[in-house]
Design a protein. Structure first.
Length: 234
């Protein structure tokens, strides 16, 4: 796939990723971006070889960073946590998600994540959401914004990572296209909207807080749903 991303994970996040410090959900999002972005693949290989050098000065050449190994490890982690939480047999990967007028081919790591089965729920503003369970620290979901949809203004209690898989969306800070990887923290108040429609994979490490009007009424419910989902995973 061609590298068209304009927004990439920070070097700190890549570093945490290569050192295995991230929750599985976050690793899956990052790994999916790496599948789509050569520049970040190269950076993460460099980080890995730097780490390998500093940890094993004597064996410089014996430790060869291998990107495809890392992908299989993460795919394996996603699969294991899926099986642990669901107690189900391995299912074939879901390679594509069908949108309004076309199909979107998923990065391998997301195809694996989606194999646990996607149940789409309709949310307000033309948004559809399908959750996947990858660990007990993050809330992971595919989000499909139908053309012309808007998410109510919201603030995050934790951070949210969004990877665009198809189409595009905008918020106050920019316009995002396929392969773009964004992190929003609790300091960002934002209001995403998509004219042409958009498929994303999002990872939250805390529930959203809606700040305006009617959607505010949903807050306790979102908190409840999130706690319930976490309890079900424990
Ligand atoms: Zn990148």
């Amino acid at each position: 796939m061609t590298n068209t991303a304009n927004f990439h994970p920070s070097i700190e996040l890549l570093n945490d990723f290569t050192q295995g410090k991230l929750a599985t959900g976050m690793s899956v999002a990052l790994s999916a971006h790496l599948e789509l972005c050569e520049a970040c693949q190269e950076k993460s290989s460099e980080l890995e070889s730097e780490a390998a050098k500093s940890w094993a000065k004597v064996a410089d050449d014996q430790v060869t960073p291998d990107f495809s190994d890392m992908i299989s490890t993460i795919v394996g982690q996603a699969q294991n946590s899926e099986q642990e939480s669901a107690g189900k047999q391995e299912r074939p990967p879901v390679n594509e998600i069908h949108m309004l007028h076309h199909s979107v081919t998923l990065p391998r790591v997301l195809a694996k994540a989606a194999s646990q089965g996607l149940v789409w729920k309709r949310l307000a503003g033309g948004i559809k959401q399908a959750s996947v369970i990858l660990d007990n620290k993050t809330q992971c979901e595919f989000i499909y914004m139908t053309p012309g949809s808007k998410v109510p203004v919201h603030r995050h209690q934790g951070s949210e990572v969004t990877l665009v898989l198809d189409g595009s969306f905008s918020d106050e800070l920019g316009h995002y296209k396929a392969s773009d990887f964004m992190v929003r923290t609790k300091d960002n108040l934002h209001k995403p909207a998509s004219e042409e429609g958009c498929l994303c994979f999002a990872v939250l490490d805390n529930p959203l807080t809606f700040t305006k009007g009617f959607a505010k009424l949903m807050n306790p419910f979102i908190g409840y749903k999130f706690r319930k989902a976490l309890a079900a995973r424990a």
